[in-house]
Design a protein. Structure first.
Length: 162
């Protein structure tokens, strides 16, 4: 259980850092194109909203208590939203900056392709971290329920009634 708590805290810190990076770079891009149509910038607005929600929940659930493991369905849902954001951004680039997983020119400053790659890379990494958090939560809840069942029934296979 201590290991699960430690892994959970590490994942929450990574989720917070990745979402902050995506929100910062993406928010700067949205600031530069503030006069553009909202419809044409929909995928970036969506990504910014997902990053904001992820920052909020990562901050709230960074506080270590065992109840945070029961939120694994929300972790899974946020993971799905990050994967959708990743797909929307990859679809937007459509190979114009090279291969999606060639992250050699990822940068926070410099050329626009490097910034796009940074947003895509950290969106993907955030999705993986949220998915890992949901898996840790599932395993923790399953283990806790299994131990409670064993205490209640006196072991496996016996119903406790004679």
């Amino acid at each position: 259980m201590v290991l699960a708590s430690l892994v959970s805290i590490i994942l929450r810190i990574a989720e917070l850092a990745f979402a902050t990076i995506v929100a910062g770079i993406n928010g700067y891009y949205l600031h530069l194109v503030e006069n553009a149509s909202s419809w044409s910038q929909g995928r970036f607005i969506y990504t910014e909203v997902v990053a904001g929600i992820a920052i909020f929940f990562a901050l709230i659930w960074l506080i270590p208590f065992s109840g945070s493991f029961t939120h694994w369905p929300v972790d899974f849902l946020i993971s799905v939203t990050w994967f959708v954001a990743f797909g929307l951004l990859v679809n937007y680039l459509d190979g114009s900056c090279g291969s999606v997983f060639n992250w050699s020119n990822v940068s926070f400053r410099g050329d626009q392709c490097g910034k796009w790659k940074a947003i895509i890379a950290f969106s993907f990494l955030s999705a993986i971290c949220w998915l890992a958090s949901s898996i840790v939560g599932i395993l923790y809840v399953r283990d806790r329920d299994t131990r409670a069942y064993r205490r209640r029934t006196g072991g496996w296979g016996r119903g406790g009634y004679v």
